[in-house]
Write a protein that binds this ligand. Structure first.
Ligand code: IYT
Ligand code: CU
Ligand code: CU
Length: 316
């Protein structure tokens, strides 16, 4: 009921323990219609470095379509919660994705000794939770929703920090009627070693499969492939591998333009497309780079050697 809901959105008072939990939950909301996006922001304590070491989702698939947690410096609104469907957005500084929950998808666990570093030094002073409410028939009973996440936090420095490497296409054009259009992305990796452990794919309606690879000495090793039409959570990476200086990271999104009457471009609306492959990795703390991105298209010659699976749709 609603009073119970209110009590669950209150933060417990924490008097300086090393390990504690932060709750970020909707404050008892009723979405106005289907496909409503609501965002909730809470400040991160900034008097010391903190690490997020676990995520505990509180959501039911009947009510919530997906939720994404961002770490950011400047939430798009100063309200405690707001409609973040299109115009207002999530974070003014972009923000970095830290966790995604989607219906039916398995939960992402951080490996032992790995944490996302947050706080003032890490440039993450707020958590913003984006909730996508799908079908609102779940609200016919007039209940108020307080779905959200619990974050297990510690001030104990972690040996490894978690980070995100985002491969994204900026300039793909999907041709109308054409059965297959590929969007390719590749960058040389030139930092300290990272160890991918989870991946997430994101496209809109036209994406069939998104695959990501490490290329070393001409050999392609799969980090992960998934249909972006399945719940867009973080899935476990293929096998443990290292990505080091001199390797190349590459991704392909396979789209279909079948049934379309005009070209589709990369853009922010649901009529546009996106091509994203997110790698969640860990890295030794002393070299910590929490966020990297690549949007180069890579060469045609390079992609001639991509494994054929990158063009095999995954049944949904
Ligand atoms: C144009 C595009 O591909 N946008 C993606 C990736 C992206 C995310 C963030 C780009 C920037 C960001 O600051 I955060 I610049 C995109 O919007 N992806 C959505 C969410 O925003 C995370 C997704 O669901 O992956
Ligand atoms: Cu959703
Ligand atoms: Cu998108």
């Amino acid at each position: 009921d609603s009073s119970d809901c209110a009590s669950r959105t209150k933060q417990p008072l924490v008097i300086n323990p090393r390990n504690f939990t932060m709750d970020i939950r909707m404050p008892g909301v009723i979405p106005r219609g289907s496909d409503t996006y609501l965002c909730r922001s809470i400040p991160v304590p900034t008097n010391r470095d903190l690490y997020v070491v676990d995520f505990i989702p509180h959501a039911s698939m009947n009510v919530v379509h997906h939720m994404i947690l961002f770490g950011c410096q400047k939430p798009a609104s100063t309200s405690s919660y707001w409609d973040c469907g299109s115009a207002e957005g999530t974070c003014d500084d972009g923000g970095s994705i830290m966790y995604a929950w989607a219906r039916n998808a398995p939960p992402t666990k951080l490996p032992k000794d790995v944490g996302f570093k947050v706080g003032r030094d890490a440039g993450i002073t707020h958590f913003v939770l984006q909730m996508h409410y799908g079908d609102v028939t779940a609200f016919q009973d007039h209940h108020r929703d307080c779905s959200g996440l619990s974050l297990r936090m510690t001030s104990k420095p972690q040996p490894f920090i978690a980070g995100i490497y985002l491969l994204m296409s900026m300039d793909a054009v999907i041709l109308p009627g054409k059965r297959v259009t590929n969007a390719d992305i590749a960058c040389d990796y030139s930092s300290y070693p990272i160890y991918p452990f989870a991946f997430r794919t994101h496209t809109h309606q036209l994406g069939k499969v998104v695959s990501g690879y490490r290329i070393r000495d001409g050999r392609w090793s799969l980090i992960g492939r998934q249909s972006p039409q399945l719940p867009q959570a973080f899935y476990p990476a293929n096998k443990s591998m290292e990505v080091k200086y001199g390797d190349t990271l590459a991704a392909r999104c396979m789209f279909t333009g079948e049934g379309k009457a005009s070209k589709t471009y990369i853009g922010a609306t649901s009529a546009d497309e996106m091509c994203n492959f997110y790698i969640m990795y860990y890295m030794e703390s002393k070299h910590a780079v929490p966020y990297m991105a690549c949007s180069d298209t890579g060469s045609k010659e390079l992609f001639q050697r991509i494994p054929p699976e990158a063009n095999v749709p995954i049944p949904v």
